[in-house]
Write a protein that binds this ligand. Structure first.
Ligand SMILES: NC(=O)c1ccc[n+]([C@@H]2O[C@H](COP(=O)([O-])OP(=O)(O)OC[C@H]3O[C@@H](n4cnc5c(N)ncnc54)[C@H](OP(=O)(O)O)[C@@H]3O)[C@@H](O)[C@H]2O)c1
Length: 203
């Protein structure tokens, strides 16, 4: 497949990029600093901000599917909802239907799936980011596209294991998961309809 990737320079984005190329996909990645991504066969890196509609449109053009793995680490204003809004507009205009977005366990109806201590920490320190992720999810659900919202537990940089739990069971509690395993699950959602229009946890 030909995939547009937003967030390719991030921890999970890099894993998605590497595994997608391994699987024979080709990628268009939008990066604020394109020098962060080494040139690779099958990878087209475009310089630009996800808040720039023209840059987003150029990235999405001619692709079969889009992956959004934006994060707000170290930013004043959370990027998730604002960036996703631009991506959705570009997809509608280009007629690209499939979208996989990485959100988080703890967002929306998954709040009870994270431990109470972490819930407290989220309420105190991550309130704005959580609100942006909830709005991101709302926008995606309302998009009319073929979407999957993936909600991971706590991310680690550990190796890919394949030994993780996933699904829609609300009793599935948040635990840690390697970004590499999240990437594997995200890539599967490009062609697997089991979680189409759903918000699976991965943990
Ligand atoms: N940390 C956890 O334990 C945890 C748990 C559950 C869910 N999550 C969520 O999982 C996702 C992936 O996390 P991660 O730690 O792998 O991500 P990350 O390393 O923070 O990467 C975020 C990506 O978003 C990009 N980005 C941010 N603002 C942008 C903008 N204006 N234009 C273009 N790109 C922009 C960053 O690009 P730059 O390189 O330019 O900054 C980077 O590529 C995030 O949504 C995170 O909130 C995290």
């Amino acid at each position: 497949m030909h995939i547009a990737l937003f967030g390719a320079t991030g921890g999970t984005g890099r894993q998605i990029l590497a595994q997608a190329l391994e699987q024979g996909h080709s990628l268009r990645a939008l990066a604020r600093d394109p020098t962060k991504l080494d040139p690779r066969d099958g990878l087209t890196t475009l310089g630009g901000d996800v808040l720039d509609p023209a840059a987003v449109a150029e990235c999405v053009q001619g692709t079969d599917a889009v992956i959004g793995v934006l994060g707000s680490h170290g930013q004043q204003e959370p990027i998730e909802a604002r960036g996703t809004e631009r991506i959705l507009v570009a997809m509608q205009k280009a007629g690209v239907r499939r979208l996989v977005v990485v959100s988080s366990l703890g967002v929306g109806d998954s709040r009870a799936q994270i431990p109470w201590a972490f819930r407290l920490m989220m309420d105190l320190m991550l309130k704005r980011i959580l609100a942006a992720k909830a709005e991101q999810e709302r926008l995606v659900r309302a998009s009319g596209l073929e979407w999957v919202i993936v909600r991971p537990g706590g991310l680690t940089d550990g190796p890919r294991t394949g030994a993780y739990r996933f699904g829609l069971d609300p009793t599935l509690k948040s635990g840690r998961i390697a970004r590499a395993d999240v990437a594997e699950f995200v890539l599967r959602q490009l062609t697997d309809d089991a979680f189409l229009h759903r918000t699976p946890a991965v943990t």
